[in-house]
Design a protein around this ligand. Structure first.
Ligand SMILES: Cc1cc2nc3c(=O)[nH]c(=O)nc-3n(C[C@H](O)[C@H](O)[C@H](O)COP(=O)(O)OP(=O)(O)OC[C@H]3O[C@@H](n4cnc5c(N)ncnc54)[C@H](O)[C@@H]3O)c2cc1C
Ligand code: FES
Ligand code: FES
Length: 1328
């Protein structure tokens, strides 16, 4: 029978397909449903999420759950119904309440993640309604609602508003707890609030399963696909399975499939001769429980395993613990399709760091395998030791978990506990180490007071060994022993010999110390007479997220200042908003992928394909030689010079573009690029420059124009002489950060008549893209047109780095006279993106004993990489925010080093975030050396208005504009800073294994307006079309522009001009329609674009005045009709040019963060962050709030989580969501309070507004500083423990906390051996 399924109620019948086709590929290439986005292709981001509905004809029930369409094979959805976000609602049939609430809670910025978010929420609602169909309304609870987007990444919003949307559907929500939104005003009563919320009723808003599929379902269930046409077999019994395996020719490659989620990890691109779907075999999909235990078929999904274990959990506590742990595996949609068997086989055959094997080992589980026709039972530990079962075509049939019940007797206890240290606390990241412990212990009689270990099973996994293991030596040692500190100390010693991570394992010592820590956590509370010290608090439950926003709307310049909903927010939620990859392409469209260099400096001898076979679908391979004669090898340009599109004969950094493979599909192009073989020759070449130190040795620097090199301040020599104390040659290093825009780099180029090209580019700088393409192709600029509608996240990464992508497509289109599109896969994107500048900083600082700094000398070596990009602006950008304190006198030497590394570029707050952080690090160091309270040192060094003028000259503005001291004091009160400092002290006194820190950080961030064009045209029906130079990258630029045009044209003061906003449409950027667009960067493009259109409106209002005056009061429509009749020019364009004297200004903000550090794992929990930020008079407080929160959370990523590193050749190490961890909903502050201060009139600003896009990112340093404070407490404690057992940590009080402060970093600073040290002390000295 045919493959049949439904998408959004529409029937699809496919009579043959390549079985490796994923659902995502089908949706995006064969249907109009484009809401499903590809952002990682590995199950880690949720952008591709859809709802899968399965009908059970026996039970006549529909089961619905979310799945990742990027991993799901199309053949496996036979007979199912798929719902995408546009299927929930859309512009034609009306938006779904989920879409409306996403818009109204301001929870969509660039919108690339939003459809996936909507599906996650929808699936939670469908489940809630399904599980309890008798319920009147939904039964989603707040705690479930908060977790329903755990598997979705968003790089823009900071999650808080998304969580509010989710919570708004919860039956137990207190509506007053929901954040700022457009449905109600603060202070309105609850009834009004509820009434205004777009209503949701499961009966009306849940989609129904198509009847035509119900009718066919039985056929599907009992027949499966015609396997001759699909190479896809669905056996319905073990015998059929056996026959299928046997009948496939021995040489055929064969793949057993359940959820296919394994490809997310292994990225197998192999196309198998045959796929066998094992999900329909009753024995493999059953769950059977009896008094001996529970049997689970290998094809049962992890979600169903969790449900089954939970059902049993009342009587069997072990199952409950296992289920709770399993809820942290991957994310909900992975668990919905991934099977328990798939997980075990991945662990057994391919060393996957599984959680499930660890849990099952501790429960002493067994597995059954099908070997030929024979069924074999083996214990799990034996199974793990077998040779790869995948290679030997064995099938895992089921898992058997014995039932462990507590032995009778009051003094015997059964214990089971599992542990998991992972970069994200509630899932969506693999663990560094996991562990599960089972023990039967008996409490001994009083005379022999203590706890005896009668039996124990101790399992550890994911530490870098071949698979999970049981620590049998430790088990044997502990069994029969009375627990004591010394026994535990010995056990720990034994364990360290067993946990041996493999050679390639990262953070090997850290992982070992985690294993030790978990063992300690388990047994420690059992040791009698435990100390005055509190227990380890093993229940690290996630408290509800809470937040508050204080935002002042103003209607002085109506509708400017009002929290107008973001333009197109509902469209973004439904997925109808069009991104570059959503533009329908012509059938002859080709697709490109880059071949990149893996050598930092080498001659390119030859480029070929593996085994000299041209891979399927390849059409051409273009190199620098294919650039037209009249053109140039150029792929980017900035004020500081061009960068090449391709390497020529010589590659000069790893990751450099060498060639473009053009093929019939993106999949083929990507595969071909992977199969490319580049031969290099390194003879007679000097060594590449791979460090800033090398660059200094070889004087390899980029020139910095004096314009970008600020002047020193004061007399440093004198300041140093006056200083009572000095710190000399302190050093710190800062690493890079990757943008992780959800939409990867992409472009589509179309050849056009007369040798011209049209290019759709996801770019923050279309004007430059345009010019680069023209230069590369050697054609005049009028023959190039670049169009950008919206960008799925930019953060600076879609400025310079978007240019080569668009240029390569244009070259392909020009040369091959066919449309060429590129959609970079995440790995290539990460390899080429560059990201933030790493740097090395050395400083000398002189200060008084009261903490006042007298002089600072800083030396910086900035690693710019190979091309100048925009790196020469870095000295200016860094030194701006670094001057936020009164250093007395300041001198610096900043070198922009040219290295054979990929070129770094401007990432949100480029240089500014580093400059601001460097200032904090210096202050921390001064405070630490004086043993003073760091907040007091900050305060004493805050600028007075006078010193501000000394450090910032004319940019300092008027006295009244310097609001930092006001913010500093205001936040002290609103965040209850002083009280909380005391509470933190108290907490630290009575807790050994958790320490807290709290920190307050100020920022001063300089921004600059740039010339920006705008054009406003009034059409004959009175609607208004607006074009601006700025690009909508999610920052709400279009919304502010729309408001500004409504305000500007409103000055005409005719009837209904109040309603003008509804008639205004901002349209895509077209470089031939509006020239001189420049870069969208530096936080000020919204303001500048607003000012440009305001000036256009002034012209139009002036032109309309005579008509208005002639005819008296009239409606807008009449006015425009008359103006048309009188041939008034109703289109105005302008280039706003800021005044030199006021084009730069300062932004101020203060953040207070409180963090808790777990000494056992190194995990930092952000308990609370309070921000106060001066937005002047916000143009749109909803948009600005989103920018502030989003930037802060991106800053958390930089300071705490994201590692973007290169290997010894300079090639980027991280490849995607598995090893690059941006914040998720569980990484944001548990309590997140933001206040936007409306500081009134600023005469030189655009309607008194100030920037919000980048400066708040700097405030995330408060989290880092709070973590540093907590670590300091840990080190203080560690110092008080004597230790002479060789396990000494570097535990002095002078330490630098690296950025990012990841778990391994934090733990190593708190003490990798703190457990051993503690146990040694308590055993030998009893003094803890
Ligand atoms: C984003 C993501 C995050 C994840 N996070 C975690 C995590 O935190 N912890 C964790 O433990 N796991 C994690 N996983 C792994 C996940 O649990 C597995 O991918 C899943 O369980 C595999 O099941 P599947 O049905 O999709 O297997 P498939 O992908 O269909 O199969 C996987 C492999 O096993 C083979 N196979 C499957 N079933 C059998 C069988 N019965 N007999 C013989 N061979 C078989 C297949 O041929 C294939 O080679 C994660 C996976 C993803 C994609
Ligand atoms: S694209 Fe599927 S999860 Fe990221
Ligand atoms: S709005 Fe979520 S990624 Fe942009």
């Amino acid at each position: 029978m045919d493959l049949e399924f439904a998408i959004n109620g529409e029937r699809f019948n496919i009579n043959s397909i390549d079985p490796s086709t994923t659902l995502l590929e089908f949706l995006r290439f064969n249907t109009p449903f484009k809401s499903v986005k590809l952002a990682c292709g590995e199950g880690g981001c949720g952008a591709c999420m859809v709802l899968l509905s399965k009908y059970d004809p026996e039970l006549e029930k529909v089961k619905e759950f979310s799945i990742n369409s990027c991993l799901t094979l199309l053949c496996s959805i036979n007979g199912c119904s798929i719902t995408t976000s546009e299927g929930l609602g859309n512009t034609k049939k009306g938006f779904h309440p989920i879409h409306k609430r996403f818009a109204g809670f301001h929870a969509s910025q660039c919108g690339f993640c939003t459809p996936g978010m909507c599906i996650s929420l929808y699936s939670a609602l469908a489940n809630a309604a399904g599980y309890n169909s008798s319920s009147k309304s939904n039964e989603l609870t707040v705690s479930e609602a908060e977790k329903c987007v755990v598997g979705n990444l968003c790089r823009c919003t900071g999650y808080r508003p998304i969580v509010d949307v989710c919570k708004s559907f919860a039956s137990d929500v207190d509506i007053e707890d929901l954040g700022f939104n457009s449905f109600w005003k603060k202070g309105e009563n609850k009834e009004v609030m509820l009434e205004n919320l777009p209503p949701y009723n499961p009966k009306d808003h849940l989609v129904t399963f198509p009847e035509f599929l119900k009718k066919n379902k039985k056929k599907v269930v009992y027949n499966g696909l015609d396997h001759s046409r699909y190479r896809w077999t669905t056996p319905f019994s073990i015998d059929e399975l056996h026959n299928s395996i046997k009948s496939s020719n021995s040489g055929d490659s064969l793949k057993l499939v359940v959820g296919n989620t394994g490809t997310g990890y292994y990225k197998d691109e192999e196309r198998f001769d045959r796929y066998i779907d094992i999900s329909q075999i009753p024995e493999m999909s059953m769950i059977k429980k009896d008094e001996k235990g529970i049997e689970i078929g290998a094809a049962v999904t992890i979600s169903n395993v969790i449900d089954a274990l939970m059902e049993e959990s009342k009587s069997f506590y072990v199952f409950k613990k296992m289920a709770a742990h399993m809820e942290k595996i991957g994310n909900r949609s992975i668990r919905n399709s991934g099977s328990i068997g798939g997980n075990l086989v991945m662990a057994q055959s391919r060393k996957f760091p599984s959680d499930i094997t660890t849990l099952l080992l501790a429960a002493d589980a067994s597995v059954y395998m099908l070997n030929g026709k024979k069924t074999e039972k083996v214990r799990l530990w034996e199974f793990l030791e077998l040779p790869s079962i995948s290679d030997s075509r064995l099938v895992l049939l089921k898992v058997e978990i014995p039932l462990w019940t507590a032995p009778s007797g009051d003094d015997t206890e059964l214990l089971f506990q599992s542990y998991r240290a992972s970069p994200r606390s509630i899932g969506n990241a693999l663990p560094y180490v996991n562990a599960a412990f089972f023990a039967v212990v008996s409490r001994q009689e009083l005379s022999r007071s203590g706890v005896m270990v009668d039996k124990c099973l101790l399992a550890f996994g994911s530490y870098g060994g071949d698979h999970s293991i049981r620590a049998t030596e430790v088990e044997n040692f502990l069994t029969g022993k009375l627990l004591s500190y010394s026994v535990l100390y010995e056990a720990v010693g034994l364990l360290k010999g067993i946990i041996v991570p493999g050679k390639e394992t990262t953070h090997a010592e850290y992982r070992k110390s985690l294993a030790v820590g978990f063992l300690f956590e388990f047994f420690y509370p059992l040791i009698e007479n435990s100390h005055r010290i509190c227990s380890l608090d093993p229940e690290k439950s996630l408290p509800f997220l809470s937040s508050s926003q204080q935002v002042l709307e103003s209607n002085e310049f109506h509708p400017i200042g009002e929290a107008v909903i973001k333009v197109g927010a509902a469209l973004q939620a439904s997925g109808e908003a069009v991104f570059v990859d959503d533009i329908p392409t012509l059938p002859d469209c080709l697709h490109g992928a880059f071949i990149y260099s893996t050598e930092p400096l080498a001659k390119i001898k030859n480029i070929s394909f593996s085994e000299n076979v041209t891979p399927t679908g390849v059409f051409a391979v273009l190199t620098f030689k294919d650039i037209p004669k009249q053109g140039q090898n150029i792929g980017s340009k900035t004020l500081f010079g061009p960068g090449p599109l391709f390497a020529d004969e010589l590659t000069i950094y790893a990751g450099q573009r060498i060639a473009l493979v053009v093929a019939d599909t993106q999949k083929h192009a990507d595969k071909a690029a992977k199969l490319a073989v580049v031969e290099y020759d390194k003879q007679n070449l000097e060594e590449p420059i791979l460090t800033v130190e090398d660059a200094v040795k070889r004087s390899s620097f980029f020139e910095v124009h004096p314009m970008f090199y600020p002047e020193p301040v004061g007399d440093v020599l004198k300041g140093m002489q006056e200083a009572e104390l000095k710190i000399h040659s302190a050093e710190l290093r800062l690493k890079s950060q990757y943008f992780f825009y959800m939409e990867p780099q992409t472009a589509l180029a179309l050849p056009d008549e007369d040798n011209s090209v049209k290019v759709f580019s996801s770019s923050q700088a279309p004007e430059y893209v345009h010019s680069v393409i023209a230069t590369c192709l050697g054609i005049q600029e009028h023959s190039v047109r670049v169009i950008t509608r919206r960008v799925g996240g930019g953060f600076g990464g879609k400025a310079v780095k978007s240019m080569p992508v668009a240029t390569a497509c244009a070259l392909g289109a020009y040369k091959l006279q066919r449309p060429v599109k590129m959609y970079l896969n995440r790995k290539t994107d990460m390899i080429m993106a560059g990201g933030r500048h790493p740097m090395k900083i050395t400083y000398n600082v002189g200060f008084r004993s009261d903490g006042k700094v007298m002089a600072l000398e800083v030396t910086m070596l900035i690693d710019a990489g190979i091309e100048p990009d925009v790196s020469p602006i870095m000295p200016r950008n860094i030194m701006g925010p670094l001057r936020k304190y009164d250093w007395g006198a300041l001198s610096f030497d900043v070198k922009v080093c040219k290295t054979n590394l990929l070129s770094r570029t401007a990432m949100r707050a480029p240089g500014e975030v580093q400059g601001s952080y460097i200032a904090e690090s210096i202050i921390e160091n001064v405070a630490s050396s004086l043993q003073m309270d760091v907040d007091a040192v900050r305060k004493i060094n805050l600028h007075t208005y006078e010193s501000l003028g000394k450090f910032y000259k004319h940019i300092a503005g008027d006295h009244g504009e310097y609001t930092l001291p006001l913010l500093w004091d205001k936040l002290e009160i609103s965040s209850k800073f002083k009280e909380r400092v005391e509470m933190v002290k108290e907490f630290n006194m009575c807790n050994v294994w958790r320490k807290k820190g709290i920190s307050r950080v100020p920022i001063i961030h300089q921004v600059m307006h740039r010339p920006t064009p705008g054009k406003v045209s009034i059409l004959s029906d009175g609607s208004v079309v607006v074009e601006v130079g700025g690009i909508e990258i999610g920052q709400g630029l279009w919304t502010k522009v729309q408001q500004m045009v409504a305000y500007g044209l409103g000055m005409v003061k005719c009837k209904e001009s109040e309603e003008l906003i509804k008639r205004i449409r901002v349209v895509q950027n077209d470089t031939l329609g509006l020239i001189q667009g420049g870069f969208t960067a530096g936080s000020t493009t919204s303001e500048s674009s607003c000012e440009a259109v305001r000036l256009c409106c002034v012209i139009l209002v002036e032109r309309l005045k005579p008509t208005m005056e002639k005819s008296g009061s009239m409606t807008w429509n009449t006015l425009i009709q008359q103006a048309y009749a009188q041939a008034v020019n109703l289109s105005a364009s302008t280039l706003y040019k800021p005044e030199y004297s006021s084009m730069e200004y300062l932004n101020y903000g203060v953040g207070v963060s409180e963090a808790k550090v777990d000494l056992v794992t190194g995990r930092t929990e952000i308990l609370r962050s309070d921000i106060i930020y001066d937005c002047g008079k916000s143009l749109n407080p909803a948009v600005d709030l989103g920018q502030i929160e989003g930037a802060f959370v991106q800053g958390i990523g930089f300071f705490m989580m994201e590692e973007y590193t290169t290997d010894e050749k300079g090639l980027v190490v991280q490849q995607g969501t598995w090893d690059y961890h941006i914040p998720t909903v569980d990484s944001i502050p548990k309590q997140f309070n933001v206040e936007i201060l409306n500081t009134g009139h600023h005469k030189n600003r655009v309607l008194s507004s100030k920037a919000s896009g980048e400066p708040p990112l700097l405030l995330a340093a408060s989290v880092h500083c709070a973590t540093r404070a907590a670590i300091r407490e840990a080190r203080k404690q560690s110092l008080s423990w004597n230790c002479n057992d060789g396990n000494r940590d570097e535990s002095g009080m002078d330490f630098e906390l690296p950025v990012p402060a990841t778990m391994p970093v934090v733990k190593s600073l708190c003490g990798l051996y703190s457990v051993e040290k503690y146990l040694y002390n308590v055993t030998h000295f009893k003094n803890v």
